[in-house]
Design a protein around this ligand. Structure first.
Ligand code: SF4
Length: 362
C-alpha cells in the first residue's frame, strides 16, 4: 500500500474510532466473515448469518452498521425491532444501516413472494400442500421469510439446517425448501432422503419442469436457487490437489453443488470451516471451499498450515466486498450528524410474519 492510501486508511480508522468512542454502547458495528479485512478488523461482532442474527436479537444498541448484504440487514431490523424491543425503547426504532445500499445477494433475489405463491398454487393442483412445511434459508428476502412464517414454516442457516428440517418433519411429512437447492439437497440427503424423493422446481416453468408423478412422490421440493460464488469449485482442481497432497483434507460450504460436496471430507457453515482450520494440526494441508476473502484470511492467520483453494480462480462475493472502510466512515458520519443514510426498514406486516419463521434461529 502506498503512503497516501495508508494515510487515507489511517484517517478513516480515526474517524470510525472517534465516532464509536462518542457513541459508546448506542452503536454496534457487525460484519459477516466475507466482508473486507479492513472492516472485519474493526467490527464489534464478526460471524456467520446465524451468529449475527442472534447478536442482533440480543443487541441493546440504538443503531447497527451492518457490513453484509441486504437480507442480513432486513433480518437484523426485524429482530431488533420486535414488539418487546420497541417497548423497551419506548417505541423508538433501532436503526440498521448499510455502508452500501446496493449490496444484495443474488441467491436471495432468485425467489420473489409472487413466485412462491405460484409455486404453491401449482403444487396444490397435484398434492395436499398442507403436508409441506416451507423452509427458507436465511439468505432470502423478508418477504420470502414472511411466506414461510405465514404457513408455520421456518428459517434455517447452513449451521442449523439439519436441525430445522428435522424439527419440521416431526410436524409435517414433507417440505418445500427455498431458495438454495444445493443446501436443500445436501441437508435432505444427510437426513436419509434418497435423490428420488427430492424434486427440484425450476422457476417460471409449468410444474417447475417436473412430471406430475415426481411431484406426487417427492418428500422435498427444492426451489432451484443457488449461490453463484459457491458454484465455482472444480472437481478437476480437487482431484489435482488430492493427487499432489494425498493427506490433504477438503472441506466445503454446503452452498456448493452436491457433486463437489460428494468429493469432500466434510462440509459446514463458515464458522464450522474456521473451526476445522483452527483445529487442524500444525503442518497439515487443507483445501477450503468457500468465498475467497475468507479463505485468504484463513491462510494469513494460519501460517503453520497449508490452505489450498479448490477453484481455478478465486471466487469473490462482490456484494460482500462493497462494505469498504470508506463507506463505513461515511455512513457513521451521517448517523453522528443526525442524518442517517442507507437505513433498512421492513414493513410491519412482512416483519411480523417473517419474525414467526425467524424464531427457529433464536
Ligand atoms: S456469498 Fe453467495 S449467498 Fe453469500 S451473499 Fe454472496 S451471493 Fe449471496
Amino acid at each position: 500500500m502506498g503512503d497516501s492510501s495508508q494515510r487515507t486508511t489511517d484517517e478513516l480508522r480515526e474517524v470510525v474510532d472517534e465516532i464509536r468512542k462518542e457513541a459508546g454502547s448506542r452503536l454496534a458495528i457487525m460484519a459477516h466473515y466475507y466482508a473486507p479485512d479492513e472492516v472485519v478488523e474493526l467490527a464489534d461482532e464478526v460471524g456467520d448469518s446465524l451468529a449475527l442474527a442472534k447478536k442482533a436479537a440480543a443487541s441493546t444498541a440504538d443503531a447497527v452498521l451492518f457490513c453484509g448484504v441486504h437480507f442480513m440487514l432486513e433480518t437484523a431490523d426485524i429482530l431488533m425491532n420486535a414488539p418487546e424491543k420497541l417497548e423497551a425503547r419506548n417505541g423508538r426504532r433501532a436503526l440498521v444501516m448499510a455502508p452500501d445500499p446496493t449490496a444484495g445477494c443474488p441467491m436471495a433475489d432468485m425467489i420473489a413472494f409472487d413466485q412462491a405463491i405460484e409455486w404453491e398454487r401449482q403444487l396444490a393442483t397435484l398434492v395436499d400442500v398442507s403436508e409441506f412445511t416451507p423452509i427458507t434459508y436465511v439468505n432470502s428476502s423478508a418477504a420470502t421469510k414472511a411466506f414461510c412464517g405465514e404457513r408455520d414454516g421456518a428459517v434455517c442457516t447452513s449451521a442449523n439446517a439439519e436441525k430445522v428440517v428435522r424439527d419440521a418433519l416431526r410436524k409435517r411429512p414433507k417440505l418445500l425448501f427455498m431458495p438454495d437447492s444445493r443446501l436443500g439437497r445436501t441437508t435432505c440427503l444427510a437426513l436419509g432422503f434418497s435423490h428420488d424423493e427430492i424434486a427440484v422446481w425450476t422457476p417460471d416453468v409449468p410444474l417447475g419442469g417436473n412430471e406430475p408423478e415426481k411431484l406426487r412422490r417427492a418428500r422435498a421440493v427444492l426451489w432451484d436457487g443457488y449461490c453463484p460464488i459457491h458454484q465455482k469449485f472444480s472437481a478437476d482442481v480437487i482431484t489435482e490437489i488430492r493427487a499432489k497432497n494425498p493427506d490433504a483434507k477438503f472441506w466445503v460450504h454446503p452452498e456448493a453443488p452436491r457433486e463437489i460436496v460428494d468429493l469432500s471430507d466434510g462440509y459446514g457453515s463458515t464458522t464450522k470451516l474456521l473451526q476445522v482450520v483452527a483445529d487442524a494440526a500444525p503442518g497439515s494441508t487443507l483445501a477450503i471451499g468457500t468465498e475467497w476473502k475468507l479463505v485468504d484470511r484463513m491462510r494469513r492467520q494460519n501460517s503453520d498450515k497449508t490452505i489450498l483453494y479448490p477453484g481455478a480462480t478465486p471466487s469473490v462475493c462482490e456484494d460482500m466486498s462493497k462494505s469498504t472502510l470508506e463507506k463505513v466512515a461515511i455512513a457513521l458520519r451521517a448517523w453522528r450528524d443526525g442524518e442517517p443514510i442507507n437505513v433498512v426498514t421492513t414493513p410491519d406486516e412482512i416483519a411480523a410474519s417473517a419474525r414467526k419463521a425467524l424464531a427457529s434461529l433464536l
